[in-house]
Design a protein. Structure first.
Length: 277
């Protein structure tokens, strides 16, 4: 860690009241954090740990009333969830970019939007699937157009996220440039980019420059260490600088902590105190 970062952390520990005005807040991604707990219990654990919001991957097996009760009790917003990885035996990492399965993709999107709306979620991440080529892009754009139109009824944002080629080989959406092209082509105000610092860092590098360049397109930001997707106080990417840059950009919505904890989640949370600007 650089000397300046050490001084920054030491000052925060000595005089934490000086840092209470930070705009940077955090959302617990419950797909990875507290993954050993039922979703309602994980929501409550995130509140107890000091997070400001939650998000999840695939909550569909949990009764919606139980999720709503936990969110009401904690005062949390559910920032977002994903469409399913597959449906009817079709798909891997999603199916919205699979030519020939457009009707199934629309049905999955509709069901996911209904679930999201019922639990008060703010966004839906539409997974593309393993595919490539012009036909796949046409299918994905059509699915996203449908999703955006349907989501307007409840005010939800539709998100797309480029995944790096190492973690998701063959995934259709794998670069920021491709995501920007699709967002421009679909041309819907509620279609946004999910900017995952981990995926961007693994595949494209220079996370801060990419954040600055893509800010108008971004609907949600997530993070984890590089290259091992652990807590952000590990690895090669300096999140003291990343979080400070995000704050400087005027971003005020919670940032999604989407990393694999080493063991018990609570033991991986020191970064919430040491890295916050």
């Amino acid at each position: 860690m650089a000397p300046a970062a050490r001084l920054h952390i030491r000052a925060k520990r000595i005089c934490p009241q000086l840092w209470s005005s930070s705009m940077v807040t955090f959302s617990a991604n419950l797909g990875f954090l507290w993954a050993d707990l039922p979703l309602p219990a994980a929501i409550r654990a995130a509140k107890a740990a000091g997070f400001e919001a939650v998000e999840c991957h695939w909550p569909y097996a949990t009764p919606k009333a139980e999720i709503r009760a936990a969110l009401k009790e904690t005062g949390f917003e559910m920032l977002g969830l994903n469409t399913p990885k597959s449906a009817g035996g079709i798909g891997q990492f999603g199916l919205s970019a699979l030519p020939g399965h457009e009707a199934l993709a629309r049905a999955v999107i509709d069901q996911s939007l209904s679930f999201a709306d019922d639990i008060g979620a703010r966004s839906l991440h539409v997974l593309a699937g393993i595919a490539s080529g012009a036909a796949a892009q046409a299918s994905f754009c059509a699915a996203l157009t449908h999703a955006c139109h349907q989501a307007q009824q409840s005010g939800l944002t539709i998100l797309i996220e480029p995944l790096n080629r190492y973690d998701a080989p063959g995934y259709f959406l794998n670069s920021l440039a491709q995501a920007e092209e699709i967002i421009t082509s679909v041309n819907q105000p509620n279609l946004k980019l999910m900017f995952d610092c981990y995926h961007v860092g693994r595949s494209e590098g220079d996370v801060i420059t990419q954040l600055q360049a893509r800010l108008p397109l971004i609907g949600h930001i997530q993070f984890a260490s590089l290259p091992n997707r652990k807590s952000p106080d590990q690895g090669t990417l300096d999140y003291t600088q990343v979080f400070a840059a995000i704050e400087a950009l005027g971003w005020t919505r919670p940032l999604g902590a989407e990393y694999h904890p080493d063991g018990v989640t609570e033991n991986s949370l020191d970064w919430m105190h040491t890295l916050r600007p």
